[in-house]
Design a protein around this ligand. Structure first.
Ligand code: CXF
Ligand code: ZN
Length: 369
């Protein structure tokens, strides 16, 4: 069939919206009519090369839609089902999945290759095979993905909000609840209030944090942070240091969560200074893939027992946490509406990313109808 997708032909180029030939789903695969896709910073990383991809590639990994057709052997979803994609497939069989850590499923090894799990491509344009961002490619009106990435969701949840739990919401919320392990009464700092940081704030609030310091240089984001649960705001790590020192009587933060657009190893020493003794710093944001330089005082780890941990997808499980977060939304405990600053038609994708870089969006969302 013919569909239309946003394709990145080479690193540093703009997205081009163009016709794509899409093959029918093969064994274990699912054809989905997309309804909405969040515009995450990681797709911009693909454009800048901070995350490597195989070009030409269809972007997008935070999507929701309706199943149109399934290939042989598909059991997870059926035609007509509403689905959200988890950006990491969960095979359910590998040691990671079997021990409850599907966010590091062995299928993740094929994510940056972006082909179907059998190594072939279903998407073609200008006579060439296309790869897809993390085997999804949600920046298009239709896509074919493996059932390992599909999570069936209730039909009463608007798909233009549900898409957000495919990446930003779960990554941020899980960074606070699972990776940081925020406890009632904790002091928490969240560095960067975008689509992930806003949800780290929501996770910290739901986990019972006492103070939540939201740090972002953009005034709009400082103003937005209290809606999600921030109790204090600061424009920079340096400014936050003074504020946290004063508010916590010098004790500093039990948990510090890094959710910047692009992380910087040079900032690490000052970020560690925000953490209390035995405090934990969680690295959620991407750092440039080839950057090995970190400015860090390792005595902080030994003498103060501080910890640095990384997390992918907030250490959450697509099949357990996606339905759970949508239920929290239904109960009014998790704000999804407030995350969507602007919606765009597919053809305005480049404008959407310009807005993201200008700092005017918490999340921009593409709507396909
Ligand atoms: C990223 C992590 C690396 C692969 C693509 C998705 N996470 C969130 O956007
Ligand atoms: Zn993402």
């Amino acid at each position: 069939m013919q569909t239309e997708c946003a394709v990145l032909w080479e690193m540093h180029e703009a997205w081009t919206v163009e016709p794509v030939e899409l093959d029918p789903p093969r064994a274990g695969e699912v054809l989905v009519r997309m309804v909405a896709s969040g515009m995450c910073h990681s797709d911009e990383h693909l454009r800048t090369g901070d995350l490597p991809g195989i070009y030409p590639i269809i972007g997008g990994h935070e999507g929701a839609g309706v199943v149109e057709e399934v290939g042989p052997g598909v059991t997870v979803v059926a035609p007509g089902d509403h689905v959200v994609f988890g950006f990491i497939p969960a095979c359910g069989q590998c040691p990671s999945c079997a021990t409850g850590h599907s966010n590091v499923c062995d299928l993740g090894a094929s994510l940056m290759v972006g082909l179907q799990l059998d190594g072939t491509s279903r998407h073609h344009a200008r006579g060439q095979d296309l790869s897809t961002m993390v085997c999804l490619g949600t920046f298009g009106r239709h896509t074919v993905v493996n059932q390992a990435s599909c999570v069936k969701i209730p039909e009463d949840i608007p798909l233009e909000l549900a898409c957000l739990v495919g990446c930003g919401v779960t990554t941020g919320w899980g960074s606070a609840v699972y990776a940081a392990g925020v406890q009632p009464g904790d002091n928490v700092a969240v560095i960067g209030v975008g689509g992930i940081g806003a949800n780290a704030i929501q996770g910290a609030r739901l986990a019972g944090a006492e103070r939540i310091f939201a740090i972002d240089p953009v005034v709009f984001k400082q103003e937005s942070a209290p809606r999600f649960g921030a109790t204090h705001t600061a424009a920079s790590v340096e400014e936050a240091f003074e504020l946290i020192q004063k508010e916590t009587w010098g004790r500093m933060c039990d948990k510090v969560i890094c959710t910047m657009g692009v992380g910087s190893g040079q900032l690490m020493a000052s970020i560690m200074a925000l953490a209390a003794k035995r405090g934990r710093v969680v690295v959620t944001n991407i750092h440039p893939a080839l950057d090995n330089d970190v400015n860090l005082n390792l005595c902080d780890l030994t003498l103060m027992e501080k910890q640095i941990v990384g997390t992918i997808f907030g250490s959450a499980n697509i099949r357990y946490d996606i339905p759970k977060l949508l239920e929290l939304y239904r109960q009014g405990q998790l704000d999804l509406e407030g995350l969507v600053t602007t919606t765009y038609p597919l053809e305005d994708i480049n404008r959407g990313y310009e807005d993201m870089l200008a700092g005017t969006n918490i999340r921009g969302v593409l709507r396909f109808e």
